[in-house]
Write a protein that binds this ligand. Structure first.
Ligand SMILES: Nc1ncnc2c1ncn2[C@@H]1O[C@H](COP(=O)(O)OP(=O)(O)OP(=O)(O)O)[C@@H](O)[C@H]1O
Ligand SMILES: [Mg+2]
Length: 152
């Protein structure tokens, strides 16, 4: 499922000089794909030495893939993890719906409507890119912050 490509890899949203590695996965439009997506993202980030962003990436990926499964009638969903030359990780999920995700303000009693709030909180920026077949929803993860060592 995981394909890792070197710096020559092309994708629609970055030039070769911006991206140093990519890992794509094709997912079925089913609930089990969410766990597969989490494993895929974790494997890619660990392979790239970015363990510190795995927790955030897993949350973001869960929300984006769940949305693609639940809110679209896509025949297939594609997941991409990108590593920039500045060591920023981006998670991107393609689906085949032309409807844009809309961030909601879920009330305290509502049991849904918080997924994109989680994405926004856990990422540096996120967005939607429309394309001929649907769209991708992407999030750039916050870079790891330095944690000061405890005093001696
Ligand atoms: N990939 C998508 N394609 C089309 N519409 C989407 C997509 N993702 C989200 N949406 C729309 O945006 C709304 C907000 O998404 P969000 O993830 O915040 O909440 P939710 O999926 O409704 O609930 P929760 O994530 O809390 O279970 C959704 O209700 C849906 O209408
Ligand atoms: Mg959601």
């Amino acid at each position: 499922m995981t394909e890792t490509a070197p710096a020559t890899a092309r994708n629609a949203h970055a030039t070769c000089s911006d991206v140093t590695a990519v890992a794509y996965a094709r997912l079925e439009p089913e609930a089990a794909s969410v766990a597969r997506a989490r494993r895929h993202v974790t494997a890619a980030l660990c392979a790239w030495g970015l363990e510190q962003v795995v927790d955030a990436a897993v949350l973001v990926t869960s929300e984006l893939v769940t949305n693609a499964v639940e809110h679209t009638a896509s025949a297939t969903i594609k997941l991409g993890v990108f590593l920039s030359t500045e060591r920023r990780a981006r998670v991107e999920v393609w689906d085949q719906s032309k409807n844009r995700p809309v961030r909601r303000a879920a009330g305290p009693e509502e049991d849904s409507g918080r997924g994109l709030v989680v994405v926004a909180k856990m990422s540096e920026r996120w967005g939607t890119d429309m394309n001929d077949t649907g769209k991708s929803v992407w999030a750039v993860l916050r870079p790891p912050t330095g944690i000061a060592p405890p005093p001696p």
